[in-house]
Design a protein around this ligand. Structure first.
Ligand SMILES: Nc1ncnc2c1ncn2[C@@H]1O[C@H](COP(=O)(O)OP(=O)(O)OP(=O)(O)O)[C@@H](O)[C@H]1O
Ligand SMILES: [Mg+2]
Length: 357
């Protein structure tokens, strides 16, 4: 449905988007996820036709649209800054896209009403958009892009101004609606939880480069590099040395004590004696009973209750400070404890010195 081929955009010295290639299947919900300034908006604007690639190609369906103007691309877009018409009311803003493609007034009314109902703005149809809150304006922008039901919809942080409850509800409804309509969507966010909740697949960007593309489960469980691991949830890193390699796994001796079996990431060295970093999620660690095999000596620095879980910040002896997800009141600050891997947990090994991602 959508293919980006080696897409690059420079602004003077800045490489905003750096050789990004990816495919989005028809009906798929793909999210571009990454920190501020990593090139998400620039990528979206190139797909929509508001920005010209420095090099590379954009294919929508079976058409190379790289040089077509925006209105010829069959692509809808929700802009990060809404781009609404302040002098028009909500209804006229939402009808805009339908009118400009020549829909007749009697035909466009149901589409406008459907879109307004989705974002819960039906009663505001005749308000001027400048008399709406930021969150309400954002919902108008969403309704305007949805109303023409474009085959490909691009959404640039469309939920960022909604309060937590409305944001979650709109998120779930948005996903259900796009799936029902069979729309293909490229969604942009810097919020990992939102990306996981919405997407079929997530593309992680950093400094204009595609770091990894996969399902939320793949990205969380097997991050391709340390940047992805840290950006997607909490990650602990232990220094270690490879003892022996067996296929895609290695036995590693931790500087903090103990020997763990780890899965080797793509760029991890595969020779005995090599230095690696082992990544372990907080929920893959546990405070172990005295005498547990391959446990690490540590001391509890502090405890943070977070509702569904309790997090312990733990200082290992001669190793890093790490975060452990545990049970309430399992240990107290100052306690000496032992740290072990959960039954089936598998650390991921990366090269100790990674190139910049
Ligand atoms: N028109 C422009 N002129 C010069 N530099 C630009 C322009 N647009 C974007 N950039 C630069 O390109 C890089 C990527 O910007 P972009 O807006 O795509 O990031 P983003 O991932 O959308 O960030 P955010 O999460 O803050 O919205 C940034 O370094 C930005 O300063
Ligand atoms: Mg942006």
């Amino acid at each position: 449905m959508l293919r980006l081929e080696n897409l690059t955009r420079r602004f003077g010295e800045t490489v905003a988007v750096d050789g990004v290639s990816l495919d989005v299947a028809a009906g798929e919900f793909l999210t571009l996820l990454g920190p501020s300034g990593c090139g998400k908006t620039t990528t979206l604007r190139m797909i929509a036709g508001f920005e010209t690639p420095t090099s590379g190609r954009i294919v929508v369906g079976d058409r190379d649209v790289s040089t077509l103007p925006p209105q010829k691309r069959d692509v809808g877009m929700v802009f990060q800054n809404y781009a609404l018409f302040p002098h028009l009311d909500v209804w006229e803003n939402v009808a805009f896209g339908l009118k400009s493609r020549g829909d007749r007034r009697d035909a466009l009314a149901p589409a406008v009403e459907r879109a307004l109902a989705l974002v819960e703005l039906g009663p505001y149809a005749r308000r001027k958009v400048q008399a709406l809150s930021g969150g309400q304006q954002q919902r108008v922008a969403l309704a305007r892009a949805l109303a023409p039901e474009p085959p490909l919809l691009l959404l640039d942080e469309p939920l960022s101004n909604l309060d937590a409850a409305l944001r979650e509800r709109t998120r779930d409804e948005l996903r259900a609606l796009l799936k029902r309509l069979g729309m293909t969507a490229v969604f942009v966010t810097h919020d990992q939880e939102e990306a996981f909740a919405l997407s079929d697949r997530v593309a992680v960007l950093n400094r204009g480069r595609l770091q990894q593309l996969g399902t939320p489960e793949e990205l969380y469980g097997a991050p391709a590099n340390a940047f992805v691991a840290s950006f997607l949830g909490r990650a602990n890193f232990f220094g270690a040395t490879v003892l022996s390699v067996e296929g895609e796994h290695a036995l590693c001796r931790l500087a903090a004590g103990g020997v763990w079996r780890a899965r080797l990431a793509g760029d991890a060295p595969r020779t005995a004696g090599a230095a690696v970093r082992l990544m372990v999620r907080p929920e893959a660690l546990e405070l172990a009973p005295e005498g547990a095999a391959d446990a690490i000596a540590a001391r509890v620095a502090d405890r943070r209750f977070a509702g569904a879980a309790t997090f312990y910040r733990v200082q290992t002896e001669g190793g890093p400070e790490v975060l452990v997800q545990g049970r309430p009141h399992e240990a107290n600050p100052g306690d000496t404890v032992r740290l072990a891997l959960h039954g089936r947990a598998e650390p991921v090994a990366y090269a100790a010195e990674e190139p910049a991602h």
